[in-house]
Design a protein around this ligand. Structure first.
Ligand code: SF4
Length: 965
């Protein structure tokens, strides 16, 4: 899918430009040559004349700019952009031009490390892998596969993810598998699923070249995707400049360039977006024929947004009503519209709801699936799209729906495994839950791959304590001794980008290939090789007893993925290594019908929302409650997009006298994530060497804070220190970049996540990094800081003590037997309750007969569970007896007495129903088909009982209640 090229622009600009991008982040403006014709500008940064150039793509943000790697004497000596690349047309930003220098760092890990006598010491691969495997088997055999956890990354290659997904799901059978993509891109995926039925970016970057309006919602590409911002800047500088609306509490470079800058108080995005939707409706700008033919949910949304007048939105968000009206006018009149979102929505309060409301704007205007009209729910990391596609993010490969039996059959057939081999009865654990399970001792073996939770997760003192626990065996796979690796039991040294071959997919579904350019240092291995070695040592088998993993190199793995993805939403079947090596990017779906790839999804306006096709049945956007398949099928959208509605809810944490500021965290243009790579590139590190505390001019003046003055920021969870940077952020707000960990610093007080809260969006489960109440003091003030810090340390110790005491009091054992006993006991107590009730109404023969049946069914249900009781044991309790005694009162008479007694018996059946539902999850996790069948049969029996009770209510309720007696 190469661009048609603007000849004039190429002639003038297609020369290798030596550029480091530090002082001029976005580079000079280049002419815009009309639709689809973004000019070439080939940037390069070379430190020596190379022997060869090797095709690759940048992995330092989700933009995915094609680049070539310059190699001399088996060493990377520079990079240059690829002029034919459809994403960048040769441009590279500061990180792309300089980040590769980290590959050549002196402190790369070159040998595996193992903890002995409390210290990490070098070891052999044999000892590291055999120890890792032995510990894995020991934990699995003693505590089930659910005591194993994998926390991976958004920076591997597609082939590595595909292999890892098979290892984790079909090999280890664990439900505890997620990526750090939960922190950056989970909401993007969820919002796309909730609205369109499936993950998969509807839009394409080419829409930016022709659109007449761009809405950047919580998205600051000037710092997060600098080459994308160059593209937008070129459009803004060209004739037919598009209108630009920016939603951001900071005055970012994007906000400065905007026609309207909406700067809301943190946590209020849903109110603002509801206000904009209301204005579009009021302005009569809704594309009614599109809404009628291609969407569901419009009327409900209109009702929800009705009360969000500009005045009300101003009250909630602080945005002047006049500004909201201006933005509403632009969105109502724009002939075309590209809407984008990133962490300002995803990591904030009501994240999924806000992202769905953004989707609504384009749907209301009928602006999707055609040139200049698209939605880009951006990704955070370079390969996070592949984490989602492969199922390494806790979801399922190929955007399959784990609640849909046919989808799971597709998966188990493709992998040739039994249907219970892949855990899918439960909702997959998300990253925050995985760490919580580790905190409570339920996960005992945790494999951390290419990520650094000791700096990136919220509330870092907790994460440090979890990773340091003697109860948890931690394996870290990384190229550097990160803050997390320092806490590990085993460290496996890995190859970086440029030292291995594979493919990866950017935000707009463009797939690039990155060929191996140089060898990794020392004994470091690619993640692919490590996963393969682990799978062999674990001897994972398919259902025919053959090795589970049937491929042995990246290209073979890619072909396996192509075959699997054929016909699914992310269809890669038409992409090959050969094709990728002859161009610079192909957008999936790519197949026989679309051999050159597909720029826009949904050109036919048919969305994958049909019940048999969708990736999820959706959620209540306020509570996160999952909609069941049966409920969904009742109102099957059958290919129409779902317009979602959600009211604004105030956030959990807000300001008070003690913590009067709101904190948000984010990135700068020079550092990537926790600086593991970028801090090792001297020019990038020098450009942004330390943490800063951004504060508004008004607040700085009020508190007499000078630029650069050292500030102390504290939340209820921790403290950060850094120099003040006085900016146009809205008053009462503080911004701290999250990059600054402590691998090269003596103190923990630089990491923004010391302050953030362990709380997540109820739907996407993405942590809320962009809202925490904090206090700010000058470091020089003899304020209560020292006291507060001491208090925080004391609280940590107290909590640790409580945790240790609790865990020592609690002998570890499986609890399946508790619930089996509860089910058996509830059946038996229900039988007793039936006898009691029956004895009260001897003249009611119909009731007598019915209760006799109920007793029989309860007995049957208990008998069905006997084999499981024999197998897993029972652990006696008295909840069933206590429930019966609490519900069945000593004496009741008459028709209302019968009604109350039936009501109470019915409540007991629900206790049984819930107990069986919980047991069913355990049975599936144990991959015990007989147990699963017994639970299902017992549940059917209970449903039959409940039907009788409902019929009794239908007969008796009205008469008993309304006629005085
Ligand atoms: S915009 Fe992103 S992908 Fe492109 S060069 Fe910069 S960091 Fe790399």
């Amino acid at each position: 899918m190469a661009f048609a090229v603007c000849a004039r622009a190429v002639e003038e600009l297609a020369v290798g430009e030596q550029r480091n991008g530090i002082d001029d982040i976005w580079g000079r403006r280049t002419p815009f040559c009309g639709a689809g014709n973004w000019s070439q500008r080939v940037d390069q940064n070379l430190t020596a004349e190379p022997d060869k150039w090797v095709q690759s793509c940048c992995v330092l943000c989700s933009n995915g700019c094609g680049m070539d790697i310059a190699v001399k004497d088996n060493k990377i000596v520079g990079v240059r952009g690829r002029g034919d690349d459809q994403i960048s047309r040769g441009r590279l930003g500061p990180k792309g031009l300089n980040g590769w220098i980290a590959n050549n760092s002196e402190d790369r890990l070159t040998r595996p490390l193992i903890r002995k006598s409390g210290k990490l010491v070098p070891t052999t691969w044999e000892e590291a892998m055999s120890t890792m495997v032995a510990k894995c088997i020991e934990v699995r055999d003693k505590s089930t596969p659910f005591a194993l956890g994998i926390h991976s990354t958004g920076q591997l290659f597609l082939e590595e993810y595909h292999l890892l997904a098979m290892v984790g799901k079909a090999g280890l059978h664990t439900n505890n598998m997620d990526g750090n993509t939960r922190l950056c891109t989970a909401t993007a995926a969820q919002a796309l699923k909730e609205t369109f039925g499936s993950d998969g970016q509807p839009g394409t970057y080419a829409d930016i070249d022709v659109t007449e309006c761009i809405f950047l919602a919580g998205h600051n590409p000037a710092h997060t995707q600098t080459v994308l911002w160059s593209r937008i800047l070129d459009r803004l500088a060209a004739p037919n400049r598009p209108r630009l609306i920016v939603l951001d509490c900071r005055k970012t470079p994007c906000a400065e360039a905007a026609d309207v800058h909406l700067a809301p108080k943190l946590g209020t995005n849903v109110a603002v977006l509801n206000g904009l939707l209301r204005l579009i409706v009021k302005n009569g700008a809704v594309d009614q024929s599109f809404i009628a033919a291609h969407t569901v949910g419009f009327d409900e949304m209109v009702k929800t947004v009705e009360s969000y007048t500009p005045d009300k939105v101003e009250q909630i968000s602080g945005i002047a009503a006049s500004l909201l009206i201006q933005a509403g006018e632009i969105l109502s009149t724009a002939p075309s519209l590209v809407s984008t979102a990133l962490q300002g929505l995803y990591q904030s309060h009501q994240a999924t709801a806000a992202s769905c409301l953004l989707n609504n704007i384009n749907l209301l205007r009928g602006m999707i699936g055609k040139p200049g009209c698209g939605i880009l729910q951006m990704n955070g990391q370079p390969t996070s799209q592949n984490t989602r596609e492969s199922g390494c993010d806790g979801e399922y490969p190929g955007f399959l729906n784990h609640q849909n039996k046919a989808h799971m059959d597709h998966l188990t057939r493709a992998w040739n495994v039994d249907k219970l081999a892949i855990p899918h009865g439960d909702l997959p654990s998300h990253a925050m839950e995985i760490f919580r399970h580790a905190e409570t001792g339920s996960i005992k073996w945790l494999w951390i791959i290419g990520t650094n939770p000791a700096v990136s997760m919220p509330e870092l003192h907790r994460i440090r304590s979890i990773l340091s626990s003697h109860e948890l065996f931690v394996i870290v796979q990384d190229a550097f001794l990160t803050e997390t690796a320092k806490l590990a039991d085993i460290v496996l040294p890995t190859a970086l980008w440029g030292e291995k071959t594979g493919t990866f997919t950017n935000t707009d579904r463009t797939v690039h290939i990155s060929h191996k350019a140089v060898d990794p240092p020392g004994e470091a291995k690619s993640d692919f090789e490590i996963f393969l070695d682990f799978a062999k040592r674990m001897d994972f088998r398919d259902k025919d007893g053959m090795p589970l993993i049937k491929f042995s190199d990246p290209e073979g793995t890619f072909n396996h993925w192509r075959e699997f993805s054929k016909g699914l939403v992310p269809d890669y079947s038409g992409i090959t290594y050969e094709k990728l090596s002859k161009c610079s990017g192909i957008q999936w779906p790519c197949n026989d019908q679309r051999p050159d790839g597909t720029a826009r999804l949904y050109e036919d306006l048919i969305f994958p929302t049909a019940a048999d096709r969708c990736e999820t049945y959706g959620h209540d956007l306020v509570t996160g409650g999952a909609i069941s398949g049966d409920e969904y099928k009742l109102n099957d959208p059958s290919g129409r997009a779902r317009i979602r509605s959600c009211d604004y809810e105030p956030p959990l944490e807000s300001t008070d006298d003690e913590y009067p500021f709101l904190l948000t965290t984010g990135r700068n243009a020079y550092q990537f994530h926790t600086r593991t790579k970028t801090a090792r590139a001297p020019k990038l590190e020098a450009a942004a060497p330390h943490v800063v505390v951004e504060i508004s001019r008004g607040d700085a003046e009020r508190l007499a804070i000078e630029p650069g003055e050292e500030l102390v920021v504290s939340s209820r969870r921790g403290t950060v220190k850094g120099p003040a940077q006085i900016t146009d952020i809205i008053p009462g707000h503080i911004f701290i970049p999250f990059h600054y960990g402590y691998w090269d610093k003596p103190s923990h007080k630089t990491a923004a996540n010391e302050l953030t809260i362990t709380y997540w969006d109820p739907v996407s489960k993405q942590p809320m990094f962009k809202l925490a109440a904090v206090q700010v003091h000058k470091a020089s003030e003899p304020s209560g800081q020292k006291l507060l810090e001491k208090l925080a340390v004391a609280l940590d110790h107290a909590k640790e003590l409580v945790d240790k005491t609790m865990s020592s009091m609690h002998a570890h054992r499986a609890h399946t037997g508790d619930y089996l006993f509860l089910a058996k006991e509830t059946c038996s107590e229900f039988e007793k309750a039936c006898d009691i009730v029956s004895a009260r109404y001897l003249e009611e023969l119909d009731l007598q007969s019915g209760l006799r049946h109920m007793k029989k069914f309860a007995n049957q249900a208990a008998n069905l569970l006997q084999p499981a009781l024999d197998k897993y044991g029972e652990h006696a309790g008295d909840e069933g007896k206590r429930l019966r005694e609490a519900l069945i009162r000593p004496m009741r008479t008459g028709s209302t007495g019968i009604l109350h007694d039936l009501h109470d018996l019915y409540m007991m059946t629900w206790e049984l129903h819930a107990t069986l539902m919980i047991l069913d999850k355990a049975a599936k996790a144990l991959a015990d088909q007989n147990f699963v069948d017994d639970c299902e049969n017992a549940s059917s029996t209970v449903k039959r009982m409940q039907m009788w009770f409902v019929t009794q209510f239908q007969h008796r309720a009205a008469q008993a209640l309304i006629v005085p007696s």
